[in-house]
Every structure is written in C-alpha cells, then in structure tokens.
Write a protein that binds this ligand. Structure first.
Ligand code: CP
Length: 314
C-alpha cells in the first residue's frame, strides 16, 4: 500500500477495491458492542486540523481509537504555539520528534499535505487541502455507492453545485471515473472551473434536464463563506435554480440516490425534507467514513496489502 495518501490519483482501481473490501470487515466491527480491535496498538496517529471539521476529524479519531492506536488531536488555534509564530514546518518536525506514525492533515492551502510529507517520516493523509482534494471523502463515497449499486461501471453520477471551490468534486470525479463511472458536473457557469477538459467529465448547466438520467445525485455545499465573490446572485436564487426540492426529486429515477458530503445547508442546495428522504444516504456516508478510514489506517500503517482475514490479530 502507499505510504502517503495525498491525492486520489495515487490509488489504482485495484488499490481502491482493496480499501473498500477491507472496510467491509471494519464496518462489521462498528456494529459490535465492543467496537475495538488491537491492530494498531502502540502506533500513534496525529490529527492536525488547521480548518474546521466535524465529520472528518471525528471519524479519523474514532477510526484510530477503534484500531487501538494512540491519538493526538491538534488544531492550529490560540492554544498551540502556532499563535506564537511557529511555522508549519517546525510544528510538523515537533510532531515527528515525538514519534507519531501518521499525520492526518486538513489545511486551507492546496498542497499543504504534499509539503508536510517531505518534512516528516510519518505517513501523511490528506483530510482536505484548500480547493484541491479530499481523497478519503471520495473513498467513503465510493463505499456508500457500492452498497446500493452492483458495479461502478457505467454508473451515471451528477455532482451538482459549487464545483469551482470543491475539493470533494475533484476527488470524487477522479475516483468515479477511475472506477468506470460517467460523471456530469452540473451547476451555474460561474461555479464550474474554466479548465475542466482534463477532468474527463461532462458538464451541464441544466439540472432538470440531467436529473432523470442519473443514478447518483451528489449535491455540494454552497460555500457561504465565499458569497462575497458574488458568483451567484443570492442563496435564495441558488435554491430556486439549483436546489434539490421535492419537485426535482420526482424527476429522478426511482432507484437513484441522493448524497452530500456535509455539512449541509438545508433550504439551499437541498430542501430540508429531501435531506431526510430514505433515498438520501447522507447519514450512511458518515457511518461508512469511520470504516473506510479504519481500512486506510490499517493498510497504510499495519498490513500492507493484506486484508484483516489474512493478518491474524491478537
Ligand atoms: N465532509 C467533510 O469533510 O465534512 P467536515 O468538514 O465536517 O469534516
């Protein structure tokens, strides 16, 4: 298995399959009364988060603890020496000097995990870097899609909304295309990146025309913090033209599912009642995030390319 996970491009389709297959075992661990296995006993995982996070930070922490690793959580806030001017590099080397085995990093700058991986011996996992990538989100999304469809091959997935600022869109589109799915990016022209040719996706500016063709409708968060760029006239206008409401859900295939990476803006990109429909599998994405991150930590720190069945654990 790879040492660092910085981009979804690093994983071959067979490595992605291995991560998903291994996650099946850990999904089962999450259903037990005692949700813990001793696989990473004695290893240390550091969560280094310079940007807000609920799902990714907590699920990595839970994943590491369920594997019996020691976990340090570090946020670049007023309580750390970053507030005294310590650099990112010195912070990284300080963690390395304490002997951490893996650093899970979220940073507002694209490329920060790549830089970190050159400074430390530990494995580095990208938990979201600027508008660049969020590879573990892509893996948990593939896992969740796989629970509903027998194959990725030929599956039609629409990623809807603020593609321009979305690291999730980049990682998910790349992962899905790698696995044989057809991806359409859907949104207002101002929120579609200008250089989209290399993505291998289709583009549509007409949500209602695309909806009946999709197996998966993947909604992106409208990044309210970027509204000062005036890329959409208002959130109300966005909801009117691009939000998924009940009327638009009725245009979808009966078996099609709705996904969202969270956090959601109910009433903007997704109507409040639509988020709670049975075909909205957003809570499953969160549940699966723990198992998929356990699988990754296990494969990267513990087992190479061997599944839990092949590695006897005490
Ligand atoms: N999906 C996701 O990255 O959520 P958080 O920002 O809460 O981690």
């Amino acid at each position: 298995m790879i040492k660092h996970l910085l981009s979804i491009d690093q994983l071959s389709p067979s490595q992605i399959e291995l991560v998903l297959k291994t996650a099946d075992s850990f999904r089962e661990v999450g259903t037990r009364t005692i949700k813990k296995v001793p696989i990473l006993r004695g290893r240390t995982v550091c969560n280094l988060f310079f940007e807000p996070s609920t799902r990714t930070r907590i699920s990595f922490e839970l994943a590491a603890k369920r594997l019996s690793a020691d976990v340090i959580s570090f946020t670049g806030d007023a309580k750390s020496s970053l507030s005294k001017g310590e650099s990112f590099k010195d912070t990284a080397q300080t963690l390395q000097a304490m002997g951490v085995d893996a650093i899970v990093v979220r940073h507002s700058s694209a490329g920060a995990p790549h830089r970190l991986s050159r400074w430390v011996e530990a494995s580095v996992i990208n938990a979201g870097d600027g508008a660049h990538e969020h590879p573990t989100q892509a893996l948990l999304d593939l896992y969740t899609i796989r629970e509903h469809f027998p194959t990725f091959d030929g599956l039609r997935v629409g990623i809807v909304g603020d593609i321009l600022h979305s690291r999730v869109a980049r990682s998910d589109a790349a992962a899905l295309i790698k696995m044989g799915s057809q991806v359409t990016l859907v949104g207002p022209p101002t929120l579609i990146p200008p250089a989209i040719e290399g993505w291998g996706t289709e583009v549509s500016y007409d949500l209602e025309e695309v909806l009946p063709k999709l197996d998966v409708v993947y909604l992106l968060r409208v990044q309210k913090e970027r509204q000062n760029e005036q890329l959409v006239p208002s959130l109300r206008e966005y909801a009117t033209f691009w939000g998924l409401d009940r009327r638009r859900v009725d245009l979808m295939k009966p078996e099609a599912v709705i996904m969202h990476p969270g956090p959601m803006n109910r009433g903007v990109e997704i109507a409040a009642d639509v988020a709670d429909l049975e075909r909205s599998i957003i809570v499953d994405q969160v549940t699966n995030g723990v198992a998929v991150r356990m699988s990754l930590l296990y494969l990267m720190l513990g087992a190479g390319d061997r599944t839990p069945e092949e590695v006897p654990v005490g």
